[in-house]
Design a protein around this ligand. Structure first.
Ligand code: HPA
Length: 274
C-alpha cells in the first residue's frame, strides 16, 4: 500500500531538490519572536511556504512562513522560518511535514528554539533554557500510523533525544560568552489556551521547568530520522502557581524578541565551533 504521507513528502522533496543550491547540514527552526536570526544568514535560496506544494501555511501572524537555505557561521543551514502548531488545527504529522521533507537531504543536526513559559522559579523573563528532556502532553504523535522504515524505526528510542555532546558544547559556548544558561525539561501542551494556576502546579509536579505549545513533535521526527537535536527555550514569562499573573501573548512575543539578539549570538558562535 502506498502511504499518502510518504507520497506527499517525496513530492515536496523532489520539488525542492531541483531548486536548492546545496544539501543543508543543519536544520534550524526559529520560534515565536525569534525569527530575526534569518537576517544573519548569507542567503542562497529562499522560498515562501505557499510556493511549496503541500506545505502548510502558518495562521499565526508572528510566524513568517518561508524556507531559507544559506550559510550561517560558515555552515550550510536550512532555516524553517515560521512553524506550525497543534493548536492551529494541524495533526502532529501535518505540522512536522516541512522538517520531515528536509530530513531527506540527510542533515546531521536539528537546532530548535521556542518561546516558553517558565515553571522553574529560578527563571526570569529572558532566561535561556537548554532543553535536556521533554514531556509530551500533546495528544498526538507524528509517528502515529504506518511506519516508513526508510525514514526510521517503528519505536525510536528517546532516552537521549537531546544530544549530550551538543548540549555540552552549547553550555561551553554560553559560559565563554558570559551568558547565563539554564538546563531543564520542556513540557509540550496542546494549547491554545494558556495554563491555569492548577495546571501550572501540576506541570511543575511532573518535573517540567518550562511549558510551551511546540517543539516536541518536531524533535520526535528529528530523532526518528537520526538527527542530533539541540533545543533552546527562551523563557518569555514565568508562571508561579502561588502568585499567578495573567499571561498576555503580546507580552510573550515582546519578551522573546528582547532576548533574540543574545540567543542569536550564542547560536552563531556555537555553529562556528561545530
Ligand atoms: N504557557 C504555554 N506556552 C507558552 C507560555 C506559557 O506560559 N509562554 C510562551 N509560550
Amino acid at each position: 500500500m502506498e502511504d499518502h504521507y510518504y507520497k506527499i513528502v517525496n513530492e515536496c522533496f523532489n520539488f525542492l531538490k531541483d531548486k536548492v543550491p546545496f544539501s543543508p547540514e543543519i536544520i534550524i527552526t526559529l520560534g515565536t519572536g525569534l525569527s530575526g536570526l534569518a537576517e544573519e544568514v548569507e542567503i542562497h535560496f529562499k522560498i515562501p511556504y505557499q510556493e511549496i506544494p503541500h506545505f502548510p501555511v502558518s495562521s499565526v501572524e508572528t510566524h513568517i512562513g518561508e524556507l531559507i537555505l544559506g550559510y550561517l557561521s560558515g555552515k550550510r543551514v536550512a532555516l524553517l522560518r515560521g512553524r506550525f502548531h497543534y493548536y492551529e488545527g494541524y495533526s502532529a504529522k501535518e505540522l512536522t511535514l516541512p522538517l520531515r521533507v528536509l530530513t531527506l537531504f540527510k542533515p546531521k543536526i536539528y537546532l530548535v528554539s521556542n518561546a516558553a513559559g517558565g515553571l522553574n522559579l529560578a527563571f526570569k523573563p529572558g532566561s535561556l533554557m537548554l532543553i535536556k528532556d521533554h514531556i509530551n502532553l500533546i495528544p498526538d504523535n507524528p509517528l502515529r500510523g504506518p511506519n516508513i522504515e526508510e525514514w526510521g524505526e517503528r519505536f525510536p528510542d528517546l532516552s537521549q533525544a537531546y544530544d549530550k555532546e551538543l548540549r555540552d558544547k552549547f553550555k561551553k559556548t554560553a559560559q565563554e560568552l558570559g551568558e547565563e544558561l539554564f538546563e531543564g525539561v520542556y513540557v509540550a501542551v496542546p494549547g491554545p489556551s494558556l495554563e491555569t494556576p492548577a495546571e501550572t502546579r501540576f506541570l511543575r509536579m511532573i518535573g517540567a521547568d518550562a511549558v510551551g505549545m511546540s517543539t516536541v513533535p518536531e524533535v520526535i521526527v528529528a530523532v526518528h530520522s537520526g538527527l542530533k537535536v539541540l533545543g533552546i527555550s527562551v523563557i518569555a514569562n514565568v508562571n508561579d502557581p502561588d502568585n499567578f499573573q495573567p499571561i498576555l501573548f503580546e507580552e510573550v512575543v515582546k519578551s522573546a524578541q528582547a532576548t533574540e539578539n543574545r540567543l542569536g549570538k550564542l547560536i552563531k558562535e556555537f555553529l562556528k565551533r561545530l
